[in-house]
Ligand binder design. Structure first.
Ligand code: ATP
Ligand code: MG
Length: 444
């Protein structure tokens, strides 16, 4: 019957997408990476749909410089590979095409749908976490499975319009991060979205919509389920993108930080003197400044100051039990690190230099004879010295000692000042209630 067929075919009613034509938005091709444009045009001329999507569109609309350009298409990964010679397929959970142009990689993702993952319990964990996410769909379905409305805007290379399926433009103008769909379900599907909320709030200076904000503290512990290797990547994005201080503050506010760095969180809440938080904040401030100035930053240094306080406290405990300061630090570092990598992985190429930065701290106390010269020629000297400055700035190490090393490097010879001849004395009067500081071995 013609009538029933007509009704059956009628799609579920959803508000029509808003299409913003070229002359009504500010995205100009001049601000899109030439390689991303090449990929868009090439897909289009091969007969596929091609859109810029995600952070690239969001940042361009905000007048910011995007970090990278992600492309969405109706071509399958294999079809994308067929179009580009310089293309590799990656990922199992999420099959993607990477188109390589020298050092620049343009990521091309096929439109996806959440349909099957919703229906099939084998694809999700007990807590609702989605394990596989590889069902291809329409652009509309692709928009709905994205995280925030401001991340679900598409720039169409066919007519240079922007397509808005989720009222993302209104949220963008209002400075609001709004998770699409039911927030609790979306956080359970992928708890990393809670970290992304904190990260984008920090980066964009946006606030979270009330319903997006509400479940976070309640669901924060779901982060414990996320593979540590994925959290490592997220931690770098949180803290090495130029707005680490704000990200840290959001993470602590929502009770997320403790699920990334439990030992650090513990040491921050126990401290009466206030300098551990100062060390972390100053470390993050310096890092933000370096990123903003285009200077290199290293995960080894980041993790060094994030984990220093629990390590230092544990080492102090062993020292009080009579252990030598070197082995005490070594043992403390191993223990803290072992617990830490159960939450956030730290690849060896970063944990090895991180431990060197720590173990060099005690060697700064020796300012006589040949030892300063030897220390200075250590390949990790610069990072370890920066770390000493950070400790001094936060009131945990002797500023005069830090000063000595600054002058030593400037003058190229050992300053003769008398304060240079005694080992570092920690300046933490408020914490010195139980034990006199006088002949403690220097920490590190
Ligand atoms: P930036 O690149 O500036 O960090 P971004 O928004 O581009 O921000 P990406 O991680 O590059 O973030 O992801 C690109 C897009 O993919 C996002 O904008 C979003 O639409 C989608 N996306 C990424 N991660 C998730 C996720 N965990 N859940 C749902 N959608 C996601
Ligand atoms: Mg991106």
């Amino acid at each position: 019957m013609i009538f029933s067929r007509f009704f059956k075919k009628k799609p579920k009613s959803r508000p029509a997408p808003r299409v913003i034509p070229r002359d009504e938005h500010n995205i100009s091709r001049a601000n899109i990476s030439p390689n991303a444009l090449k990929v868009l045009y090439r897909l289009k001329s091969a007969g596929y749909q091609a859109y810029l999507v995600g952070g690239g569109v969001r940042d361009l609309l905000l007048g910011l410089e995007p970090k990278d350009f992600d492309i969405a298409t109706d071509a399958t990964p294999e079809e994308v590979k067929g179009v580009f010679r310089n293309c590799r397929l990656i990922g199992r959970r999420f099959r993607l095409a990477h188109v390589h142009f020298g050092r620049e990689i343009i990521e091309v993702a096929t439109f996806r749908s959440m349909r099957e993952a919703d229906a099939d319990p084998a694809q999700t964990t007990e807590n609702g976490m989605v394990l596989r996410d590889n069902v291809y769909g329409t652009i509309e379905e692709d928009a709905l499975r994205r995280d925030f409305t401001v991340n679900a805007l598409y720039y169409n290379i066919a007519d240079f319009s922007v397509i808005d399926y989720a009222d993302g433009l209104a949220d963008l103008k209002a400075g609001v991060l709004r998770l699409m769909g039911d927030p609790e379900t979306r956080y359970r599907e992928d708890p990393v979205r809670m970290l992304r909320a904190a990260r984008f709030a920090a980066k964009l200076g946006f606030r979270l919509a009330p319903e997006t904000e509400e479940p976070i503290t309640r669901l924060a512990s779901l982060l414990d389920e996320v593979p540590p290797a994925r959290l490592f990547e997220e931690v770098l994005k949180l803290f090495l993108s130029g707005t680490g201080v704000q990200a840290f503050e959001h993470l602590r506010h929502y009770g997320l930080f403790g699920h990334l760095f439990p030992d650090t969180e513990e040491s921050l809440t126990h401290e009466e003197g206030g300098f551990p938080i100062t060390l972390v904040l100053k470390g993050l401030e310096n890092t933000d400044l370096r990123v903003q100035q285009g200077k290199p930053v290293t995960p080894a240094f980041l993790f060094a100051f994030l984990l220093w306080e629990p390590v230092r406290r544990q080492a102090e405990f062993y020292a009080q039990q009579g252990m030598e300061s070197g082995p005490a630090l070594h043992q403390a570092a191993s223990e803290v690190l072992e617990r830490q990598v159960g939450h956030v992985a730290i690849p060896k190429r970063f944990s090895v230099p991180m431990r060197e930065i720590w173990s060099m701290q005690s060697r700064f106390a020796y300012t006589r004879g040949k030892r300063p010269q030897r220390l200075r020629s250590h390949p990790r000297f610069r990072a370890a010295y920066d770390f000493l400055l950070l400790r001094a700035e936060s009131g945990e190490a002797d500023p005069q000692l830090a000063d000595w090393w600054t002058r030593y490097q400037q003058d190229g010879e050992q300053p003769a000042a008398e304060e240079s001849t005694r080992p570092a004395k920690r300046r933490r009067p408020r914490r010195r209630r139980r034990k006199p500081a006088a002949d403690q071995p220097p920490e590190g």
